[in-house]
Design a protein around this ligand. Structure first.
Ligand code: UFG
Length: 334
């Protein structure tokens, strides 16, 4: 198949481009390169620099490349930032996605895989969280993803747009080999920060709250490896191409969680293999908006698409992240 990967130069997008190519698909990337990195893409993948807010440019790309299917990653992704800059988030994530949907209808309706998030659920006691749990996003970021899901459903109803929505839990790790990995402008993710602390770029790790109602008092999350997540996109787009389904929403996670302390323990174990001391850490107040426990009910994607995560061992997951950060201490630019 020929795939257009929108936002393909980002963290999850670039891992998906690799997995699509490994599965024998042809790939064209559309990316504005504000959050993504051209260096994250194989040299022989065509990368068109363009922004979803430029409706004319989006239509031109679709007409020029005539993809068989589209995977849409392009978005602003920071929960905290979205609360202070709602206009930017609604414009970029919702208007940008609307331009893409309009362009699809104006050129040729082809299957769409959309990158959504567990943030659409908000805080819930219903853990592990099934796809049909109530949707109450607590951030502007989560709201923009839910609005886009709803636009996609409306385009499905009106224009027979086939789609799969993937709701990611905590994405982490890097492709084994350390060639590409996580490199966001603002670093907020637990494993990335822990690796940068091990490299001496941060003084210590803060544990945001140790008084949660969990076994060790710290928050529990479902950490899914970015390469497994990339494989989920390949499975989704291939299932759409086969006509196996025309409208589906899946959680992507392992279906079990790890606490902040367990994650930091795994990082300690990995860096100890190189003789590094345990990470300095300090208990800090709870971070606003962090639910105690977010774990996916991931059975639907396993049953429907045969999703089979390869990275289920926390230490192995952390090791891939560490390999990337150790070999690229300043990310792609370094
Ligand atoms: N944490 C710390 N110290 C840190 C960083 C994080 O204790 O320095 C804790 C957080 O409080 C949280 C856990 O580690 O309990 C994981 O935090 P991350 O920032 O790595 O990830 P989040 O769970 O906040 O966010 C993820 C995705 C978001 C998505 C959200 C859905 O990154 O895009 O899940 O709930 F919106």
């Amino acid at each position: 198949m020929k795939l257009l990967v929108v936002g393909g130069a980002g963290y999850i997008g670039s891992h998906t481009v690799r997995q699509l190519r490994a599965a024998g698909h042809e790939v064209v990337v559309l990316d504005n390169l504000t959050g993504g990195h051209a260096q994250a893409l194989p040299a022989d993948v065509a990368c068109v620099r363009g922004d979803l807010l430029d409706a004319e440019a989006v239509r031109t790309v679709l007409e020029a490349h005539r993809p068989d299917a589209i995977i849409h990653f392009a978005a602003l992704i920071e929960v905290g930032e979205s609360m202070g800059a709602p206009g930017r988030y609604y414009c970029n994530n919702v208007v940008g996605s609307l331009n893409l949907l309009d362009a699809i209808v104006q050129t040729r309706v082809v299957p769409l895989v959309f990158s959504s998030t567990a943030a659409v659920y908000g805080t819930t006691d219903n853990v592990p969280i099934p796809e049909d749990a109530p949707l109450h996003p607590e951030s502007v970021y989560g709201e923009t993803k839910l609005m886009t899901e709803r636009m996609i459903q409306a385009f499905h109803a009106a224009h027979a747009l086939p789609f799969v929505v993937l709701r990611y839990f905590n994405v982490c790790g890097a492709a084994p080999g350390g060639e590409i990995g996580e490199d966001h402008t603002n670093k907020t993710h637990l494993i990335e920060l822990a690796c940068l602390t091990a490299l001496g770029q941060r003084e210590k790790m803060m544990i945001f709250g140790d008084d949660y109602p969990t076994p060790d008092g710290t928050c529990i999350r479902d950490y899914v490896h970015v390469q497994d997540l990339a494989d989920a996109h390949v499975l989704a787009v291939e299932a759409l191409e086969r006509g196996q389904m025309s409208a589906a929403t899946y959680n992507v996670g392992l279906g079990h969680g790890f606490s902040v302390r367990e994650v930091l323990g795994a990082v300690d174990a990995v860096i100890a293999e190189e003789g590094l001391p345990p990470l300095p850490r300090e208990i800090a107040p709870r971070r606003a908006g962090d639910p105690p426990r977010l774990v996916a009910d991931a059975r639907r994607i396993v049953e429907d698409l045969g999703f089979q995560p390869q990275f289920t061992d926390l230490k192995e997951i952390v090791r891939t992240a560490w390999e990337w950060h150790r070999s690229h201490p300043h990310g792609f630019e370094g």
